[in-house]
Design a protein. Structure first.
Length: 131
């Protein structure tokens, strides 16, 4: 587990090796916080937490207060670059609390389930079904 706090922002990243990456962000994001999160993700892949070429993700944006449009696009682009660098494919992504615009920004060629309220127990139950 990695917890990063800076100014009015906190990121909590948890990993179930070879199965799940979980990220919860709260507060106000900026370039510095985004770069730190991406550095952690890069390190997670470099250290071999995911040996398979696919991953499942849960991302909780329900407590993220602010982030501008350019930062959201930058987040999606950097995340995609890290996945390509490490030859990882997001198989299924559960997204909690994202705005309509952000949902559109992060949509890619994998399955995304948008959850309108924080029901992480549901997400973990779904993963039990998958495995």
């Amino acid at each position: 587990e990695w917890i990063f706090s800076y100014d009015n922002f906190t990121a909590n990243i948890k990993i179930i090796p070879n199965k799940l990456a979980y990220l919860k962000m709260s507060g106000i994001a900026n370039d510095k916080t985004l770069n730190y999160i991406m550095d952690i993700y890069d390190k997670i892949f470099e250290e071999g937490y995911f040996e398979e070429n696919y991953i499942y993700r849960i991302t909780d944006y329900s407590e993220l207060l602010e982030s501008d449009i350019s930062l959201r696009k930058l987040y999606a682009n950097k995340l995609n670059k890290i996945h390509k660098k490490h030859n990882k494919i997001i198989k299924i992504s559960f997204v909690v609390g994202a705005s309509l615009f952000f949902k559109t920004t992060i949509t890619n060629s994998f399955y995304i389930f948008y959850i309108q309220f924080p029901v992480l127990s549901f997400c973990f139950a779904m993963l039990k079904i998958i495995y």
